[in-house]
Write a protein that binds this ligand. Structure first.
Ligand code: SAM
Ligand code: MG
Length: 214
């Protein structure tokens, strides 16, 4: 077809969503992905859980693993207090380019710091690169095999503090069993499951909220 799904999503947003209106961008992505082509955004139902966690955590420093088209990034970004920072990591440069255009259309490109590269390479550099000590909230939504190694890497790099919240998407579908086993059994976390459905489908899924206890 000569185009990619992220580009088709972006084109739809540029045509149908009001420029500078983040909520209009979010709902245009949801409309396209529920009616035209499924895509791996967190979606509206789990997105509402994400929103609630952002609002209750009131984070100053947020890290997102896995940007894709920037849907969840926008959901988080527009709920942050002035001065808060949101860093999102995406290893696919084509997706990253689409996400940047999406942030621009939503008028939130100045609020988001997107780093292109793999999480395992970038996490150890975040401190120096960004001048950030610890993250208050981490949204984990990249490839599921990386949830556990990257969580351990965040711990080793000293990027978590007592009270840091990890929110992991898709822990039921496609599932991240080794990650769940770890956060649910480690005495260093207090972990809670929020059942929901997979984005744009009726399949069971859920997100896991895990508070790092230090
Ligand atoms: N969080 C997005 C949302 O809800 O709108 C969806 C992210 S999508 C499920 C996962 C993304 O993570 C893909 O774009 C993929 O390229 C990226 N990714 C996978 N493994 C990664 C890694 N180790 N480091 C950085 N990005 C990664
Ligand atoms: Mg997801």
């Amino acid at each position: 077809s000569g185009t990619t799904r992220p580009v088709r999503i972006l084109k739809y947003v540029q045509r149908c969503a009001n420029s500078g209106d983040v909520l209009s961008v979010i709902s245009a992505i949801d409309a396209y992905c529920s009616k035209v082509e499924w895509a791996m955004n967190v979606g509206d139902e789990k997105g509402a859980i994400l929103d609630a966690v952002v609002l209750e955590t009131r984070p100053r420093y947020v890290l997102e693993l896995g940007t894709y088209c920037g849907y969840s990034t926008l959901r988080i970004a527009h709920l942050l207090a002035p001065g808060a920072r949101l860093i999102t990591l995406e290893m696919n440069p084509h997706y990253a380019q689409v996400a940047i255009e999406m942030f621009r259309h939503a008028g939130l490109d100045a609020q988001v710091e997107l780093l292109v590269g793999s999480s395992s390479a970038l996490i150890p550099q975040l401190r120096k690169k960004l001048d950030i000590e610890k993250f208050d909230l981490v949204f984990i939504d990249h490839w599921k095999v990386s949830y556990l190694p990257d969580t351990k890497l965040l711990e080793e790099c000293g990027l978590l503090k007592a009270g840091s919240v990890l929110l992991a998407d898709n822990v039921t579908c496609p599932g991240a069993p080794d990650y769940l086993q770890y956060v649910r059994n480690s005495p260093r976390y207090q972990s809670q499951y929020f059942p929901a459905r997979l984005e744009y489908l009726q399949v069971e899924d859920g997100v896991e909220k895990s508070v790092f206890l230090g």
